[in-house]
Structure formats: C-alpha cells, structure tokens
Design a protein around this ligand. Structure first.
Ligand code: XMP
Length: 517
C-alpha cells in the first residue's frame, strides 16, 4: 500500500517504539517504524507528513551511538524527538547533551512554561513518564524551552519556525496520561495529517491489490482457526473467492468442536473451498509413549509440515496454485535496532507453515503484514467474522498435547477436552470474560484419592489456569470470583468421568510460564 498521509518513526531501539506507532494509528493516521539510518533519499521519496525520532538505550554523545542523517532536520518535515530522539536533535543542531549514568525513571510532574502546539488544550501541570540517564544541558540556537520538571529544566523544547520539537519524557506510555493528546496534536495540528487510516479502506485497497497480484492463479492457506489465519481467509475470500483453497489440519489435539466450528463457518457460511486433513491418527500414533515436551512439539511440527505439504501437492496437481498465504503481522516484520551492543538489524521472520519443502515453490502473500493485532481483529469484524473468532484467546500450535503433562492417550485427551469445555463455558458466562487473556484446563499425570458414595476413587487431577496479560510475555494469575471457581469445579467433578479433583493455578509469569509444558 502506498501512503501519502503518514508519519515515519525512526527507531533508535527503545523497547516502546511500537507503542508510538500504535498510539498514532489509534488516531487513524498510518505510520511506519523505519530504521534510524534509512537513506535520506528514501525518506524524501516517501514524503511522510511528520517524523518521530524514538527513544533508545544508547548515549547520544558516545561515538558509536546510532545517529540519523542530519539532513533530516533540513527537509522541512515536522519532527518530534522523544527522549533519545530529543537529545539527538539537540546534539545534532549544536546544543549540548549531558551524559550521565544516573537514571531518572518513573512518574514526574512537568510544568508547561511556554506556549506550544504540542500541549494545546492540555493542563499546565502534567504527569509524565521519564526514563533517561542523559539529558539536554544546552539547547541549540533558536530553540525555546516549553516545559520543565524538577529533574529536567528542558523537559520539552521547540523551534516553531523549523517545526522541530523534543520531549524528554515518553508520551506513548500509559503513565503519561495525556500523551495520546500530545501525539494527536503533533499529527494533526503540527503535521496536518488527515484521519484516513480506516480498516474499511484497508480492506478495499488490499482486495484490489491481491486481485492484481494473483490474477488467474490460485492461493493456498493453512487455516488454523486462530485470529490471524481466519482473517486472512476471510480477506482473501473476498478478494479472489474460489481461487482460495484453505487447508485445515485436524491433528487430534484440538478443543471440543473446534474442527466442526471451522467447517461450519468457513466451509459452509463463507463457502470457502476448505480441505480438512483428518490426520488425528497420524499425530497420536507418533506421539505414543512420548513424554518430553520438546519432543512432542517437534513431532507435532514436523507431522504438520508433512501433511500440509502433501495436501498442497495434491491441490497443485489440480490447478495452478502459485501462492502461499500467511498471517504475518506487523510486529513480526519490523526491523528493529538491537538495544544491546549497538545497532544491528534483526529481522524476525514468522512462518506459520515454516519448513515447507522448497520444491513446492510458492510465492508468499502476506496481506496483514502492515497491521497490529488489534487492527487485525477490526478487519475481521468488518469482514463479518464472529466474536468467537476475532476475540479468540491464544491457543498453542501443539494444542492439547502441551496441556497433558507427560504421555498422551486418546482417553486422556477426551477427559481434558471435556474439562476444558467446562472451564471455558463457565468463564464465558462472566460479563468481563474478555479481560481474561487466556484460560484452560491442564491434565496432571497423577491420580488422587476421592470418595464417591461409599467407594474410594482413584482418579485424575485437573488444574485450571486463567491469566491476565498484555502480550503473553508476562502474566498474572487471574483472580476469578469464588462462585466461578466453584461452578467450574462442580461441573468438572460431576460431569467429567475420570476426574475427582480440581485445583487452581496461582502462579504468575515469570517465573512460571502460562502453559504447563
Ligand atoms: P508460555 O507458556 O511460554 O506461553 O508462557 C506464552 C504464550 O504462548 C503460547 N504458547 C505457544 N504457542 N506454540 C504456540 O504456537 C507453542 O509451542 C506454544 N507454547 C506456548 C501460550 O499458549 C501463551 O499464549
């Protein structure tokens, strides 16, 4: 997609650079994170309406710290430097940056001392989030200070004629409550952007682009039922209808009704050409007797690739399938600057169907590679996908295999499936169930004693896991109401044959992980 109304974010390696992009896109302005050393010709050619210099972990005065081409400041494009970005602007334009290893980290109160379009409509005393060691000691000529804090005489600076702004704090994080308004002011008041980044426009544009790219050829897509591949399926179906062929691999490790739901929605409701590989026996036979979690994962991954490749060959023999579609998202393709050891390009690649044999010779089609996850969900909603798909919680590729501790048998899988169904049903009755990031049952490889009537029983233990998280990297155990725990426990013990004890996992990540294996 080519954008004329966009903001470029030059990445100097801050861990929160992505948040700047998300805050800007929430205002319906397209933006992209690009490398700090992107050639000036490219920036000129792509003509952003504004440039943001991100924060970063390095020290501007150091010789080896990342620096952008100084011509950026001469382009006449409005610039906002954030933290490291502000220091870099000051340093490059003749000011002085004081290198210090004493950090100021946390909330601070900032007083706005001058008139600035950046702070238009905001209070004069603002809570901001600081995270810096170095700071600007002398501003470059022509700049004026427009805000100060106890620790920072130049908490914000500007050069109105040259349209260059700098803030020492981080407007992109939630701890700067009016930071979003500041970024709004920058995008609309200063850069003159329009709010035209709408998902409906994205869909129309992508449909046109995919039609042009694919022509009369055909596309294959591995559909997992997860958010990303489901949205790709709906989007490509809108674009190329019968030229899309989806392959869904039933590995026997899925949750209750998952296969049927995919068949109902994509096969019947959408009318997509859906091929279900019913391969549960392949997977379960290979997993027999295996208890090491990493071996389980390997076996499942390899078997998946074999089956998908076989289906792909089969479909290829029927007609010209030249493209493989993937649900790669924007965070997977951002070229990031490594925070440690100086700048280095690390491109994370994402292959949902990684490891496909080369001889299949597909060209890739990745229609979501410009989008963040919440934008993908919005596209899904626009395309008419139901909430149980677009708001779906993460589910690991190896499925229930990593939720049965130790060896997997068909009987245990059924016990887990039934217990898991009850966990999900009870939590989904909660009004705020979308606040729980992930919830599921785990089958433990121990048997415990119980009583049933006059008899002693010796049966399975189910652990219930529910967590709150933003991205899966860290997580807190979710404080489920006692009544919900009670109904989960009662229903599992009364309704699921083979379980006589239910426990609740109260560990957070780190040091525990979300999954048990
Ligand atoms: P952990 O257990 O590492 O999980 O705290 C973090 C998130 O990743 C999911 N997960 C996986 N997803 N393949 C996947 O596709 C896997 O092997 C896998 N293991 C964990 C987990 O469900 C959680 O959302």
């Amino acid at each position: 997609m080519t954008h004329s109304n966009w903001i470029a974010i030059l990445d100097f390696g801050s861990q929160v650079t992505q948040l700047i992009a998300r805050r800007i896109r929430e205002q319906k302005v397209y933006c992209e994170i690009i490398r700090f050393d992107t050639p000036i010709e490219e920036i000129r050619r792509r003509a952003p309406k504004g440039i943001i210099l991100s924060g970063g972990p390095c020290s501007v005065p150091a010789d080896d710290s990342p620096k952008c081409n100084p011509t950026i400041f001469e382009l006449g494009i409005p610039i906002l430097g954030i933290c490291y970005g502000m220091q870099l602007a000051a340093h490059t334009l003749g000011g002085k940056v004081f290198g210090s290893d004493k950090r100021e980290y946390g909330k601070a109160i900032m007083h706005v001392t001058g008139s600035s379009p950046l702070f238009q409509g905001l209070d004069l005393d603002l809570q901001v989030w600081m995270s810096h060691g170095d700071k600007v000691e002398a501003m470059p000529e022509g700049f004026e200070a427009v805000a100060e804090s106890d620790n920072c005489p130049y908490a914000a600076m500007q050069h109105i004629e040259r349209q260059i702004y700098g803030v020492q704090f981080h407007p992109e994080v939630v701890h700067t409550p009016q930071g979003t308004e500041m970024l709004w002011n920058f995008a609309f008041n200063i850069c003159g952007c329009k709010a035209d980044w709408e998902m409906s426009a994205f869909i129309d544009d992508t449909v046109q682009r995919v039609r042009k790219q694919v022509g009369d050829d055909h596309v294959i897509l591995g559909l997992s039922g997860g958010v990303d591949s489901s949205v790709v399926a709906a989007l490509l179906h809108k674009a190329i209808g019968p030229q899309l062929h989806c392959v869904f691999v039933d590995n026997g490790l899925l949750r209750h009704r998952e296969v049927a739901d995919v068949e109902d929605l994509f096969g019947r409701a959408f009318g997509i050409d859906l091929h279900v590989a019913r391969s549960a026996d392949d997977f379960l036979d290979k997993l027999e007797g295996i208890s090491d979690p990493e071996r389980k994962r390997k076996i499942i991954g390899n078997t998946f690739i074999d089956i998908f490749a076989e289906k792909a060959r089969e479909l290829k023999s029927l007609g010209p399938i030249t493209f493989l579609a993937q649900g790669t998202l924007y965070p997977d393709v951002i070229e990031s600057v490594s925070p440690i050891g100086g700048p280095s390009a690390t491109i994370k690649s994402h292959h949902n169907v990684g490891g496909l044999p080369e001889d299949l010779g597909f060209d890739l089609i990745e229609p979501l590679r410009e989008l963040f996850k919440d934008e993908v969900r919005e596209v899904g909603r626009e395309l008419g996908l139901p909430s149980y798909v677009v708001d779906r919680q993460p589910f690991p590729g190896p499925g229930l295999a990593v939720r049965i501790i130790g060896e997997i048998t068909r009987e245990q899988l059924e016990v887990l499936r039934q217990a898991d169904l009850r966990v999900r049903e009870e939590i989904m009755k909660m009004e705020n169930h979308l606040d729980v990031w992930q919830y599921f049952a785990v089958l433990l490889p121990i048997q415990s004693v119980g009583v049933m009537g006059d008899d002693r029983t010796y049966e399975n233990v189910i652990a219930v896991r529910a967590v709150q998280s933003r991205d899966g990297m860290t997580a807190d155990w979710y404080k489920l109401p006692y009544e919900v725990m009670d109904s989960i426990s009662n229903r599992i013990i009364n309704e699921v044959k083979g379980v006589n004890r239910v426990v609740y996992d109260i560990s957070s990540k780190p040091p525990s992980t979300i999954e048990w294996e």
